[in-house]
Design a protein around this ligand. Structure first.
Ligand code: NAD
Length: 282
């Protein structure tokens, strides 16, 4: 029976560390880290996410601003706002909530955020630095996954790691981080066949797919560490992951629940990156 990895607990430790760091920075240099969240349109999930971020900032002493723009906002209007925030000394992190409405080219917008304020780690310069092994900001979810493994003293070096999902936001950066920590890494995706043949090799299995309970007990090696990134709503409206938690926990050595696993780490790492950005600005 697997030990449950408690993301809420680990994220509290990180938040405490961030709060201490924010206090020290303020005392030593008078700088208060500032985060601006930009939300375009009325996506309810994004609104909840941004609200949670604001509360989290308040708790650790990070100054936060929220920009809610209407659904019909044009790309040039959004550009003006990004430019203003890029040049605002009180803002150290700019977060553009995805997805953006279709009239806006998300790639172009994300490239305009100054890399030094790109606390999500999405700018090509930050992606390049990560690939190089010299990261400035690591995307929050992948960074949170590594923090969870470290907190539970789960060895990564020399282990066989399999990441299911190849998105720029989760799958790819998670694979790169595991590689930097000397795991042997395989990335799977929707065309990997048969998926179970690859996932069964994993000592560390990361599921970042967005498909309810796709990873079942028979696809997991005995004693594997299973990290479930997925957030899906099932037919009863409940949040569930990409992993069949009940079945897989019988076989795994460690497992993250959904909710309460990777999710709380994402926000904690965002606060962490905002503090780091404020320190770099010195
Ligand atoms: P995405 O849709 O961009 O990528 C999904 C990936 O899964 C793709 O690379 C695709 O090839 C792969 N995939 C799809 N079907 C597959 C299949 N049948 N077999 C194997 N691979 C398959 O999604 P994303 O942004 O990477 O997010 C993945 C999941 O993680 C989503 O549920 C999302 O909500 C969740 N998420 C959670 C957090 C968090 O904080 N916990 C953060 C970001 C994303």
């Amino acid at each position: 029976m697997a030990e449950i990895i408690d993301g809420k607990e680990v994220s509290q430790h990180i938040r405490k560390e961030v709060a201490e760091g924010v206090g020290a920075l303020k005392r030593e240099s008078g700088i208060i880290p500032g985060l601006a969240a930009v939300l375009v349109g009325n996506n309810p999930a994004s609104e909840i996410y941004v609200r949670n971020k604001r509360k989290a900032c308040e708790q650790v002493g990070i100054y936060s601003e929220e920009y809610k723009l209407p659904e019909e906002t044009s790309e040039s209007e959004l550009l003006l706002l990004i430019n203003k925030l890029n040049n605002d000394k009180n803002i150290h992190g700019i977060l553009v909530q995805l997805p953006l409405p279709t009239q806006i080219n998300s790639e172009r917008i994300l490239r305009l955020v100054f890399p030094s304020k790109d606390i999500d780690g999405f700018h090509p310069e930050n992606v390049g630095l990560l690939l190089e092994g010299n990261p400035r900001f690591v995307s929050c979810t992948p960074n949170g996954i590594i923090k969870l493994l470290d907190f539970y003293r789960i060895e990564i070096l020399g282990k066989e790691a399999v990441v299911v999902g190849r998105s720029n936001i989760v799958g790819k950066p998670t694979a790169i981080l595991l590689l930097h920590r000397h795991a042997t890494v395989t990335i799977c995706h929707s065309r990997t066949k048969p998926l179970g043949d690859v996932t069964r090799r994993a000592d560390i299995l990361v599921a970042a797919i967005g498909r309810e309970r796709l990873i079942t007990q028979d696809m997991v090696k005995e004693g594997a560490v299973v990290i479930d990134v997925g957030i899906n709503r099932n037919s009863e409206g409940k949040l569930v992951g990409d992993v069949d938690f009940e079945g897989v926990k019988e076989k795994a050595s460690y497992i993250t629940p959904v909710p309460g696993g990777v999710g709380p780490m994402t926000i904690a790492m965002l606060l962490w990156n905002t503090l780091e950005s404020a320190k770099y600005s010195l």
